[in-house]
Every structure is written in C-alpha cells, then in structure tokens.
Design a protein. Structure first.
Length: 307
C-alpha cells in the first residue's frame, strides 16, 4: 500500500538560516512564502523537504507515497480519515493522520512528478584488477553536491516497539534488521515496504529508541562515494557542524555522512545502500555489538549521535 517516503516536515524559527544550509546541503528551492520553504532534489519528486516557520525547532512529520487510488481509499477507511487535495507542490490527494507518538503522517497519491535536474554520472572504479574507469580522474568543483532524493527518516520514540508495530500492522512495513537490547526489546529497527521478489531499498523508514518523539535523522541520497566526501569538504569549509562520518554501515550497507543543521537536527548524505527482496528475512543483532552499527568509520561514533 505504501511505495516509499515522499517528504519530511520540519519547523524552524529562522527560515533564512535553514534555507542557506539546505541549499549548501544540495537541495533546490521549489517554492517559498514568508511561512514555508519547499525543497526538491535533483530527481523527479516535486517536494522532499518542507521547512515551516515556528517559534520552536521541531520535527513535525513525514509524507509517504501510496501505491494507488484504491490503496488511498482503503487507508482512509482504515484510519477514518478524509481524503483531501494536497496543498504541496505536485498536488495529488492525501489523508492526514498521526502515528502513536502523535507525529503527523501524510499519505499521498497522485502527486505529479517533475523533470529531473542534470547531474554528472556516478564514477566507475578501477579495483580488484577490473578496469572500469578509463582516462583521467575528473576534478570536482567546490560546490554543493546534488541531493537526488529522500531515502528515509529514522523516527525517534520512547516506545520503539509500539511504533514499529504500527508501521507494520497499519502501513504494511516489514523489518529488514533489528538491533535489540539485552531485554530483547528493539533499540533500532529498519523497516521496508516490500514488493515480493522485486528489490527495494533496505529501509524506507526506521524506528530508534529516544527520550522523546521526533526524528533521529533524515537521509538523502547523493551521486556516489566521491559526492559524499566532496560534500563533507564543502560543508566543513562553510563552518557547519559534522555529526558523524563518513562511515560504512553494516545494516543497510550504505556509505553515510551525517550533519547537524542550524536547528540541531541531523541530516545524512548517503550512497551505495542495500536493495533487498523477500528472500532477505529479518535479522536480529545485539546492541552491544559494534558490528551491528558499522563496518568502518573515519571517526568514532559520538556519544550524542543517538539521543
């Protein structure tokens, strides 16, 4: 019933500051008003990030793409919600509900896609004795690296089991990997919306143990490994605060680089994540195992990364 995550919604006291950061992070402005700024990536999604003006910084919620009009009607009946036109760029129809932690969830069908923006091609690698990249290595400019699209948000919750069950039972999510505490209860769960034999992203949403409901981080895909590292250099040179990385994850397999935005929220550049199908069953790993978090990293996991 759910295809993927479409967009995230954050509230910020200073839209001008967050606007500058998100442009440096690699997003593009679609539309802006005194109270909202809508951002897209270089892919075909009309909106992937909505910044709202508000007195306090807060994660408001998420939007998900629904697979069909029939699925949207079924979800509307399930949640006793009214189908209404979506006011976001791209339009379509939506229902608005809340998750068990009270965060906003918008389920959307029929949003119009946009033409992708041009980017460079991902680089091939000469490795393992296989020659794939011929000629000279290109020199990259000092500029924002393109965000292709939104991958996922990791939802922080005081009760991750309850939220994990809600995504599974109400929206059809399936756990790819789960990190468990000594008590056996989930500390971190990566959930995907499966399509049988078809390969899909390792996770479209995740749930993490936290002191309060919110978003532990939001993840955006960029072009390749070079883009991750060039993005790191660009953001460092502009004085932004790194949160962690670059790092190669074990669960999900991706190469990631995490950043604090001016409001303190964590955003991620990512590339080379896993794609799995129904042959990939759920795995459970202990929280005490470093191997459950990473394969390699350029710096240790900070103590304040998971709050």
């Amino acid at each position: 019933m759910i295809e993927s995550m479409s967009y995230v919604i954050y509230q910020h006291p200073d839209l001008a500051v967050i606007r500058s950061f998100l442009l440096d992070f690699g997003l593009l402005i679609v539309e802006e008003t005194p109270q909202h700024v809508y951002f897209r990536g270089y892919g075909n999604a009309p909106t992937i990030y909505l910044a709202k003006r508000g007195a306090e910084s807060q994660f408001v919620g998420v939007g998900f793409k629904v697979t069909s009009e029939a699925a949207l009607k079924k979800l509307a009946a399930r949640f006793d919600a009214t189908i209404e036109p979506s006011p976001l760029p791209g339009g379509g129809d939506r229902i608005v509900i809340s998750d068990p932690d009270g965060k906003r969830v918008e389920l959307v069908f029929g949003a119009r896609t946009v033409d992708p923006m041009p980017t460079r091609e991902p680089l091939e690698f000469n490795s393992g004795g296989k020659i794939k990249r011929l000629g000279r290595m290109p020199i990259f400019g000092d500029q924002p690296v393109p965000v292709l699209g939104l991958c996922h948000a990791v939802m922080s919750s005081p009760d991750p089991q309850r939220l994990m069950d809600w995504f599974a039972n109400k929206l059809g999510a399936y756990p790819s990997d789960v990190i468990v505490q000594d008590s056996g209860t989930p500390m971190l769960a990566f959930l995907r919306f499966p399509k049988g034999e078809q390969f899909v992203e390792h996770h479209h949403v995740a749930v993490s143990l936290g002191t309060k409901a919110g978003a532990q981080h939001t993840c955006f895909e960029t072009i390749d490994v070079d883009a991750v590292f060039m993005g790191h250099r660009y953001l460092v040179n502009r004085g932004y605060k790194p949160a962690w990385g670059p790092v190669r994850h074990s669960m999900g397999g991706a190469i990631s680089d995490y950043w604090r935005d001016p409001s303190g929220f964590i955003l991620e550049h990512v590339t080379d994540g896993d794609y799995v199908n129904n042959e990939a069953v759920t795995t459970y790993s202990p929280a005490s195992s470093e191997a459950s978090v990473l394969q390699w990293t350029t710096n240790p996991l900070p103590s304040d990364f998971i709050e």
